[in-house]
Design a protein around this ligand. Sequence first.
Ligand code: ADP
Length: 539
Amino acid sequence: MIFKLFGKKKESVPSESSSQEMKEEATISMSGKKYVAAIDQGTTSTRCMLFTKDGKPAGSYQMEHEQIFPHPGWVEHNAMEIWSRTQDVIRGALAAVNASPDEIAAVGITNQRETTVVWEKSTGKPIYNAIVWQCTRTQDFCAEWLKKPGWGQNEKGEGKVKDITGLLINPYFSGTKIRWILDNVPGAREKAEKGELLFGNTDTWLIWNLTGGVNGGVHVTDVSNASRTLLMNIETCEWDKTMMDELKVPASMLPKIMPSSSVYGYTTESGPFGAKIPVAGDLGDQQAALFGQACLSEGEAKNTYGTGCFMLMNIGDKPIPSKNGLLTTAFYSREKGKCYYALEGSIAIAGAAIQWLRDNLKMVDDAPVTEYYAGKVKDSAGIYFVPAFSGLFAPYWDMTARGAIVGLTRYVRKEHIIRATLESLCYQTRDVIEAMEKDSCKKLTALKVDGGAVVNNLLMQLQADILGADVVRPVVNETTALGAAYAAGLAVGFWKDEGDIRANWAQDHKFTPELEASEREKAYAGWKKAIEKSRAWTD
Ligand code: ADP
């Protein structure tokens, strides 16, 4: 199959960065192409996966990176380490599959969203560690901003930030993190105003490096990532002047917003692929999972259980505002001017609570063993663990909440605490689903799930019990990487259309509720009480 890359798409390529071979017309033959490569740059690790035409992983390679906690509530990553790991995992995945670069049709990127990298255009060096999405350092700034009339939400849920961006005032998003870097790194603001600095989430950072870095790398992002910055207008999908002025972010440092499925540039021969391959897909991790789960029709939803939990529902091509504490976010776009949207309920701490049991409390040696310990007890002995380490996200959005374990008695053992930790993922998910049902006026009968933690069968059964709905796990659980692969493969004709994606989705297991409805509601009422105990802890 021959696919024409340019022509129609040519005008959407950023002029500044089209110094690569992008100016000339090019054709790519799909004959001999066996794989699409996806780079999944997550919060705890980076992995590269190669997918075949039937949407199955042929092989992958994954490496963790350091989590840096300079102060309570602050979370950073070393962006150079992330780039270095990315190169290693690409080489590792190619070796694992014994794939030659000629067999790779395209590269797609998916990434931890909101995590903020600012680097020097001329040297390619970050001027500060990447500030991670979970970081609460801009809490005070947000609290002041909320007091400014008209910006935060009123009782009707309306306010300038929500109206323009679909988001709300919270340290979670990139905008206040960029501002923090420009205000706190010596000389940064002057450099930014001279146009010497570039901003990107880790998608942008990796695409820039993969396509040549200081030697003509393309500076782009896609609508799904841009919609998480507080700087993108949710209606137009362009950078918004009002938001840029309010957050004091100069236009020169912002990447060009592109469709999620589009050829942005090419990997370099001297880079980790060792060949020129189109970089053609870019989706924030949660939108990528929604895409990889084939939730391509309005009303379809999925929940991803990773470091955080993220529930997204496809709402079609209009950015409907939420009245119940959810975010309106760009889902994906395949051509400029046509965007699909999602409602999102974000939960900051999910699998991270399990990591905390492992790393801080040393209660378990690894995450999978939680299934064994939690299964040794029949319930959690009436305790609840609210893991509000970074405040509470959806649907509460309470920056003043902090973690709490309530209901403790001398009867409680480590197994109960571990079980309550697993349950906390499920209760938080139910909170979000209740909000989503109110916003969409639809009752969810089945939930598609994915992410690192869904291999835990007990967790999935607890979720079905707490929700009172079926929980459906697909065969290919790496839907985040798969979604990025689909975006890239669609752009070059490796997959024909969305019908190919739907046809590839297959169920692995369905978990059905076993708990009596009255038990379920009693347990959920206890959770609501526990939530109240965790709130208003900090000022
Ligand atoms: P991310 O992409 O956010 O880095 P992943 O999707 O790779 O996250 O999932 C990793 C998370 O899942 C970790 O927080 C880990 O604690 C949790 N996890 C992994 N395996 C299990 C398991 N068997 N049971 C419970 N939690 C698990």
